[in-house]
Design a protein around this ligand. Structure first.
Ligand code: HEM
Length: 526
């Protein structure tokens, strides 16, 4: 007596047949007037079911979706369908409605799924929980709090500037570069000959955020401590696009014991998992003995506030790890990438570098003058140089996705149906020739005496905007301004003959640049 009335082959054939029926019925549905997008005046819906899918997946595989979108927009106008229920918009006038509408457009999109089992507030679908958790951190990152941090930031910036020197001397804690073998081999090409600027900048931003947020600096610029996740975070960016759609991989990664990670998992995939383990251990240490950790610092840290919460919020360990991961991840890579891009441009446009130096000399006449954030941030040309870098080389150029409200919404005379994923990109906004004439030209002058009410200011969105925009913007600006001021007051930078960095980049949501930036510094006489 057969237990199953069908032959296994019949079952397989049945499954395949139902899959085909399912796929065909989806196509028919998408083309029918019943589909929520049917009324939507976008390009050919035939394209959506045939060519788009092909392009869509290829683009994700290549990690160049925004760059593909740039081509498609030229042909098809400002709204293109990149998936059955997903629109990409490249009309700046939509920006305020989508991103600055006080949580009206939620983040319930697959684009935040890469985070796996940890619980990051970024991408938290609950408005109340997001607001409360963000509220714990934001006072630490206000402009006033950052201004008080000037000396702490400068301590690390001065280490950075000393290592760049053709004749590096003593830096933090009486060490010399020769005392730090690992630092020397990883970032110094040949003593006195040149440095790996990209790697050094990652160490700088890592030192700043770890000290401010977690009481103890990683001391990546002043010790031989091996914080191995800083480089893997950068490597992981290469696959960030894949992780969005392959979140089970992130779960699997979290389950692999720490000691196995480094041996069995390719470096691109393990950055976030390594960060998760390290911060998890740090959090366990704090929870077991909070007094010991507190004794290391004179100020209250972000970490301490997250752990202790306030009377209304108690974060789970998953949430503590998640929020710490975002602070460290977002706090190191984005800022380091931006300063590297700015310094790279100073090397390839030497006349602009000269101008930068001359403006600095006006405020800091001697090279031994103490650089301070308060004085440096008043130098208009530095701000213009950095703004132009953030415009032309946004560290988060990829799509930032939101979902339309359930009932749908009218925007700029168009109806966006409910629960549709809508996204815009800082890179495409910044390449809009109507707002930024000759957009591919690196031209800091366009920001000199720029009217705060102008369109170029309104649509300058490297940090995104609104309730979910960047919380670390003030810290990022302070680091970028002081690093640029201290470096270009003292040195003339030029590309090292072995430099691998070009202007090529890939859209991995974050900006993924190819090749390390190697430079040589020549010290000014006075
Ligand atoms: C040039 C440097 C930076 C750029 C361009 C940048 C850009 C961004 C952008 C575009 C977002 C929004 C992402 C989204 O909506 O999905 C964001 C969020 C965030 N950034 Fe930054 N960021 C920078 C530096 C920093 C720094 C230094 C920190 C840490 C202190 C930081 C911490 C965060 C956090 C925690 C969020 C999530 C905010 C939330 O969901 O409430 N960022 N950043």
């Amino acid at each position: 007596m057969a237990i199953i009335p069908f032959h296994p082959l019949q079952i397989i054939a049945g499954l395949i047949a139902s899959w085909i029926v399912f796929v065909i019925s989806r196509w028919i549905y998408r083309l029918s007037p019943l589909h929520p997008l049917a009324k939507f005046p976008t390009p050919s819906r035939w394209a959506c079911i045939s060519e788009w899918y092909h392009f869509y997946w290829n683009a994700i595989r290549d990690g160049q979706l925004v760059i593909k979108c740039e081509e498609w927009h030229k042909e098809l106008g400002p709204i293109i369908r990149i998936g059955p229920n997903e629109l990409h918009i490249n009309d700046p006038s939509f920006y305020t409605t989508i991103y600055c509408n006080n949580y009206k457009f939620p983040v319930n999109t697959p684009n935040y799924d890469w985070q796996g089992p940890v619980d990051m507030n970024m991408g938290n679908p609950s408005v109340t929980a997001h607001r409360a958790r963000r509220g714990l951190v934001s006072p630490f990152l206000s402009k006033a709090s950052i201004q008080k941090l000037d000396k702490n930031i400068m301590k690390h910036v001065n280490n950075f500037v000393e290592i760049i020197s053709p004749t590096p001397k003593i830096f933090n804690k009486d060490k010399t570069i020769d005392d730090c073998e690992r630092l020397k081999t990883e970032v110094v090409i040949n003593p006195g000959d040149g440095v790996n600027v990209t790697r050094l900048l990652r160490r700088l931003t890592g030192d700043v955020i770890s000290e401010y947020g977690y009481s103890e600096s990683f001391e990546l610029l002043s010790s031989d401590r091996n914080i191995w996740f800083i480089q893997p975070i950068a490597d992981s960016l290469e696959v960030l696009n894949y992780l969005q759609f392959a979140w089970p991989v992130t779960y699997a990664m979290s389950a692999i014991p720490n000691f196995l990670l480094k041996t069995v998992v390719p470096r691109e995939f393990r950055g976030f998992a390594e960060l998760e383990w390290t911060l998890g251990e740090q959090i366990d240490g704090f929870l077991q003995d909070p007094h010991k950790a507190k004794a290391k610092t004179t100020h209250k840290t972000i970490f301490e506030t997250l752990v202790e919460g306030d009377s209304a919020i108690k974060l789970s360990k998953r949430a503590l790890v998640g929020d710490s991961m975002v602070l460290i991840g977002a706090g190191t890579e984005t800022t380091a990438t931006t300063v590297a891009e700015a310094m790279y441009r100073a090397c390839i446009y030497p006349e602009l570098q000269t101008r930068l130096h001359e403006e600095l000399v006006k405020v800091f006449p001697s090279k031994t003058d103490e650089i301070t954030l308060a004085k440096a941030e008043k130098i208009q040309y530095i701000i213009a140089f950095l703004k132009e870098t953030l415009r032309i080389a946004s560290p988060i150029p990829g799509r930032i996705a939101r979902q339309t409200p359930v009932e749908g919404v009218m925007c700029q005379g168009k109806f966006l149906p409910g629960r549709t994923v809508v996204s815009m990109s800082a890179h495409l906004m910044h390449m809009n020739a109507d707002i930024y004439p000759d957009p591919h030209k690196f031209d800091p002058e366009r920001w000199m005496n720029s009217d705060p009410a102008s369109l170029q200011e309104k649509y300058f969105v490297p940090f995104s905007k609104g309730s979910r925009g960047c919380i670390g913007m003030n810290l990022a600006w302070a680091e970028m301004i002081t690093a640029m001021a201290a470096t270009f007051r003292r040195y003339r930078l030029s590309l090292h003959p072995d430099n691998q960095r070009t202007e090529e980049w890939r859209d991995r949501i974050a900006r993924f640049v190819i090749g390390d930036f190697l430079a040589t510094a020549e010290e000014y006489d006075s």
